[in-house]
Design a protein around this ligand. Structure first.
Ligand code: PMP
Length: 404
């Protein structure tokens, strides 16, 4: 079509790098759980921008913080103190039960911050020779797109042609605590994993995995660092996924939803002995911890807390899981996840996950496939039961149409 939507797609295709394959829909407005295209059609957002929009689009409290703070002072860099950064980080660290945080912007930067802190801790505290620290990671991981991070990905797509990569990472099967223990050597500084692997297709490890990793890390004097950029801040029905197993990591990467659905805000949150690996001049970011980001981040945390979104995610997530598991379709191979974060695995012999997403789009529901075979269902946590049921009904229709 060469209406306004077709025009926008063509212009984007001409001028933007082709590093994504968006669904053929042009969004120009959003509110709460709803998105509208440029022809005024309404869609239910079951994607939440990869979990960046936990509080819903344009939440009034977040918008108010954004506008008020933008009008007062937005960016000064960390060359000076501001009255916003401390209160934001105090609230964040208290929620996580950790001591202090290094503010960044994107998830990948929070993970890079964790890697630097862990390596330096390995050198200074464990006596690992400088430049020799090793970090154990999981196969199927996704931690971002920097060259260091894609260097320890097991996905050829993320790596091919982008080397050389940094040494010092060892990947073991996800969910296998014994494999982590077997990989620990004298130069191991840290274990870095996602509690549930998001980009791999919402892969849930066996019950007790994090508890066992905590015990193994303690026994060997190795740091446990969790990447909760996607799983954190209510998505799984707990503030942090590590709470499901009653443990606490030494370091925690957060991002996405920390920006209240309006801007990038991330942080590496850690125990004092780890965060203190940074001294003035060692590490930083021009935009990290800016007062606009801090005001928005604090508002996002306040909304999640005061609107009870963590409990809502647990309750509606259980409902969503229950309904999805009852779907009787030859296309569905598996349904897995936790809280309002579920992956529906499609039998590739029957249909592509992309085809299901396109069929959903035609029915007014937007999500995105991950890894060709999995549909991610992750609505904003402010969704209500009736609207969630509406989305699941449309999925049932789409699956039935494709099976016919
Ligand atoms: N860690 C995890 C677990 C993620 O899911 C993502 C993004 N999908 C990232 C890190 C990277 O975040 P960003 O795209 O903001 O760099």
């Amino acid at each position: 079509s060469f209406g306004p939507a077709g025009g926008a797609i063509a212009i984007e295709a001409r001028w933007c790098a082709r590093n994504y394959r968006p669904l053929p829909v042009v969004i120009n407005r959003a509110k709460g759980v709803w998105l509208w295209d440029s022809d005024g059609r309404r869609y239910l957002d079951m994607m939440s921008a990869y979990s960046a929009v936990n509080v819903g689009h344009g939440h009034p409290r977040v918008l108010d913080a954004l506008q008020q703070q933008a009008g007062r002072v937005a960016i000064v860099s960390r060359a000076f103190h501001t009255d916003r950064l401390g209160p934001f980080l105090a609230r964040l660290c208290t929620l996580a039960g950790l001591d202090a945080a290094c503010p960044m912007n994107t998830g990948a930067e929070a993970v890079e911050t964790a890697i630097k802190a862990a390596r330096r801790w390995g050198h200074r505290v464990k006596g690992i020779p400088d430049g020799r620290a090793e970090i154990i990671v999981a196969e199927g991981n996704f931690h971002g797109r920097t060259t260091t991070i894609v260097g320890f990905s097991s996905e050829a797509d993320y790596r091919d042609g982008f080397g050389p990569f940094a040494p010092g990472f060892r990947a073991v099967p996800f969910g296998d605590a014994a494999a982590v223990e077997a990989a620990i050597g004298p130069h191991t500084a840290a274990v870095l994993v996602e509690p549930i692997q998001g980009e791999a297709g919402i892969v849930v490890p066996p019950e007790g995995y994090l508890r066992r990793l905590r015990e193994i890390c303690d026994r060997h004097g190795v740091l446990l660092i969790l990447d909760e950029v996607q799983s954190g801040l209510g998505r799984t029905g707990a503030w942090f996924a590590f709470e499901h197993e009653g443990i606490r990591p030494d370091g925690l990467c957060l991002g996405k939803a920390l920006g209240g659905g309006v801007m990038p805000v991330s942080a590496f949150v850690a125990r004092r002995g780890l965060i203190d690996m940074f001294e003035p001049g060692n590490h930083g970011s021009t935009f990290g911890g800016n007062p606009l980001a801090a005001a928005v981040g604090e508002a996002a945390l306040a909304v999640i807390e005061e609107e009870g979104l963590v409990a809502r995610s647990a309750e509606l997530g259980a409902h969503m899981m229950e309904r999805l598991r009852r779907i009787d379709s030859p296309l569905v191979r598996e349904v897995r996840g936790r809280g309002l974060w579920v992956g529906v695995e499609i039998d590739p012999a029957r249909a592509s996950a992309r085809a299901v997403c396109e069929a959903l789009m035609r029915r007014g529901v937007l999500s995105k496939e991950t890894h060709e075979t999995v549909i991610r269902l992750a609505p904003p946590l402010v969704i209500d039961r009736e609207t969630l049921d509406h989305g699941i009904d449309r999925l049932e229709e789409a699956l039935a149409a494709l099976a016919a």
